[in-house]
Ligand binder design. Structure first.
Ligand SMILES: Cc1cc2nc3c(=O)[nH]c(=O)nc-3n(C[C@H](O)[C@H](O)[C@H](O)COP(=O)(O)OP(=O)(O)OC[C@H]3O[C@@H](n4cnc5c(N)ncnc54)[C@H](O)[C@@H]3O)c2cc1C
Length: 391
């Protein structure tokens, strides 16, 4: 049986779902979203939710700004929202070279309109009374950065998809494209589509392979935990913090701290088992910086597979050789960039360019045969592996 649609979007995570919503809102009559499981079953429901405009490159800043504005507008636009909380985000520096890099970044961010400021060491301690004193050489702070609640974001896009009339097909897997590129083969038949957008988060390379594309995107285990409550961890006293060199970040969560840390030696591939040994390292680093957490139990621990690209930047662009097919990936930052990536991908699919940002450097053509990017790596990123799994 064959079916038709103006656009088919593959993947019901934050990138695919918001993209389908934007395509429908742009006026396409029939937009079909196919998801092999259920909406949000991938990385999008399992994230920590950090939303940061303090990006390491102009592209990262623009995507963060756009996505934050989008989160703030959702209640008016859709009637529900992703739970954005403006918590403030501190990026402390521990070495002189980090201080120099932070000042250069701040200049770039401020030129793009981010209200970021430098805090001297005593100001860092005053702004963050749970931090062990005298540890930092200062840090950058943006009061407008914050976090969303990832499951709430899944609920928000589910509502948006239904209200806008996107046809959501759960438990339908993408199997490939017909020779013209515009026929989508699925586990439940064929759809002739005007446009196709491929997403897949940590599974994007596999989705790409099914479409005959080499997409250098990977997936790797990332672990997050939440401590018990403690009066010192009242959200009014705790900004979000990113200890960039260690890859450790934390934010308030229901009276305790939610913290995540990336293991740079983690082998690429799907893995959702908790790594107790690495959890002990995470806890030790957190306790060194936030001593009150040392004696606290944990209320939740989870591990999930996070998406990444070799340069930690998103992929937004046409699929080479396949007319009407667009590829979109948030490069492991789908909470802070996802809606911006989704909107830019929808724009590229419809018109070839986007007002969210200049996507021309962010396409698949930036990677060589081995998957190396010709762009500089985003310096504000978790230390994911830079090689890509072949599975
Ligand atoms: C533990 C953890 C913490 C994180 N914390 C943060 C954070 O604090 N801030 C931040 O910005 N980002 C964070 N991220 C990253 C963020 O969650 C991802 O970048 C984002 O969710 C990716 O969205 P996506 O839609 O591309 O992928 P996903 O949400 O993974 O969605 C892809 C979907 O495609 C579907 N799919 C795959 N193959 C097929 C197929 N063949 N046919 C049909 N459907 C298919 C999958 O089932 C899945 O539902 C975190 C991720 C993890 C795992």
């Amino acid at each position: 049986m064959s079916d038709t649609a103006d656009a088919v979007v593959v993947g019901g995570g934050t990138v695919g779902a918001w993209c389908a919503y934007f395509l429908r809102r742009a006026g396409l009559a029939r937009v079909v979203l196919i998801e092999k499981g259920f909406l949000g079953q991938g990385a999008s429901s399992r994230a920590a939710g950090v939303v940061r405009m303090q990006g390491g490159t102009p592209e990262a800043v623009r995507l963060g700004q756009w996505s934050r504005r989008f989160y703030l507008s959702q209640r008016d636009e859709i009637g529900t929202d992703s739970g954005f909380t403006e918590q403030g985000y501190l990026l402390p520096c521990f070495t002189e070279s980090e201080v120099a890099a932070a000042h250069a970044r701040m200049k770039m961010q401020a030129a793009l309109g981010v209200a970021v400021r430098w805090l001297e060491p005593d100001e860092v301690d005053a702004a963050n009374p749970t931090l062990a004193t005298g540890q930092t050489l200062g840090g950058t702070f943006c009061a407008q950065d914050g976090f969303i609640t990832p499951p709430r974001n899944v609920a928000a896009y589910t509502v948006a998809l239904i209200r806008s009339g996107v046809e959501v097909r759960e438990h339908v897997a993408f199997h490939g494209l017909g020779s013209a590129g515009s026929t989508v083969e699925t586990s439940q038949g064929r759809i002739d589509a005007g446009l196709v957008v491929l997403t897949g988060g940590p599974k994007l390379a596999e989705v790409g392979r099914l479409a005959g594309l080499r997409i250098p995107a990977g997936g790797v285990r990332h672990q997050v935990a939440v401590t018990e409550r403690h009066p010192d961890l009242d959200p009014a006293r705790v900004p979000m913090v990113f200890d960039l060199a260690a890859g450790l970040y934390w934010r308030p969560e229901e009276g305790g701290l939610l913290f995540g840390m990336s293991n740079p030696d983690e082998p690429p591939g799907e893995n959702r088992e908790v790594d107790e040994e690495y959890l002990a390292k995470m806890r030790a680093r957190l306790a060194a910086l936030v001593p009150v957490t040392a004696g606290l139990g944990l209320r939740r621990i989870w591990a999930a597979t996070i998406d990444y690209t070799p340069d930690h930047l998103p992929i937004i662009g046409p699929a080479p050789g396949l007319a009407g097919v667009t590829v979109a990936c948030a490069g492991g930052a789908g909470m802070m960039w996802g809606p911006g990536v989704a909107r830019a991908a929808a724009d590229v699919a419809l018109t070839g360019s986007s007002e969210v940002l200049d996507v021309s450097p962010l396409g698949l053509d930036r990677f060589d045969e081995a998957g190396h990017s010709r762009l500089a790596t985003d310096p504000i990123a978790l230390p994911f592996p830079e090689r890509i799994t072949s599975s």
